[in-house]
Design a protein around this ligand. Sequence first.
Ligand SMILES: *Cc1c(COP(=O)(O)O)cnc(C)c1O
Length: 435
Amino acid sequence: MKNRDAHAAINGQPLRPESLMMSYGYTPAWSEGAIKPPIFQTSTFVFKSAEEGKAFFELAYGLREQGPDEEMGLIYSRLNNPSLEILEHRLCLWDGAEEAASFASGMAAIATTLLALLAPGDVVLHSEPVYGGSDFFLKNVLRKFGIEAVGFRPTATPAEMQAQVAALAPGRLAMIFVETPANPTNHLVDLDACAALARQHSTPEKPVRLVVDNTFLGPVFQHPLRHGADVVLYSATKFLGGHSDLIAGAALASAPLMKEIKAMRTFMGTMCDPNTGWMLMRSLETLKLRMERAAASAQVVADWLATHPLVARTHYLGHLAPGTAQHDIYTRHCLAPGSMISFDIRGGEPEAFRFLNALQLFKLAVSLGGTESLAEHPATMTHSDISVPEQAEMGITAQMIRLSIGVEDAGDLMLDLEQAFQAVGVGQGVEMALA
Ligand SMILES: *Cc1c(COP(=O)(O)O)cnc(C)c1O
């Protein structure tokens, strides 16, 4: 798409992403004046001439360098499609990325990126816990290709991580893969420290890449590329999509790295489809509104939970104690605490289940980042494939409940939570001082 930056500034003053989400990368004159880009529901594109077709393939297959004013043309929707290109240009804005690629799912983005950047013999150092699908891919799928995964706790100090790298054979470390905040404990990983470690162990022949899954806070509240990350990944199913009605993913990086990742996407066929791409563009228009509203409600709900007699503790970024290492990372990396709250209910699994079964407005479902509030039980649902001792080490308990706060009225959400707490107490002889 030509002139993607043409309307990104007024009188030299750059416009903010939320101002650009309705127009960036698209000119209505391309499509009969339609204010919204149409869905380019097509598998293939007609060349103007055989010469043009030849030129497009030369660029697509890297047979020659792209000319200074030459644009990559449209060939076939597994390689590129206007609905996806406009979306990808818009996705770059929040994170300040050079290039982006959209995928059929978050897992497609993760799997394609790791396969593009890793080779047999490599080691990936990864934070733990990570999303269950990523965990399986790192430990089971990559192993089949001779790639080893080594985990570290989010609370590991830079010195402890140095020691883990030192224990590896020289030159094997190829990637540091991080999910921050960690799910469901909201532990933060120090991206500045990880970037320094990656740089320190990089050589011109063997760069160590820092790859960050930014699904939980991004792209509005955390920007890993500004802390030295090489690639940022998203499950666009979550906040980017934001309405629990689509599955998609994204990867963002520098132009040379994206070229490698997009080449792997072409050969694996893991791209997003045009209709989902269009749905994502609609979602991006309200992304900041939704995330800010959900975060504001989450703050009210989390503060209330922290004082509740049936809550043993909260795991929420807005409750980190000043002076702690976690709070220090928070002030460097995060613009807001986001809308994910975990808390330990007093009791164990029976109390947690009674609470979950009593909820009316919150829906009992996994996933997160949608307009509706969700609740789930990590120990027996999203994180059930982790052994109980390992769960304990990660801080995942039988009494932990994870909430994803949506855009409902915060008072109504607390009304629902309160009646569910009451249901936990019924028949238990629990004395509760409930407001
Ligand atoms: C959901 C999720 C994924 C996987 O994304 P899908 O779109 O479900 O494939 C990856 N990472 C994180 C942090 C997630 O929450």
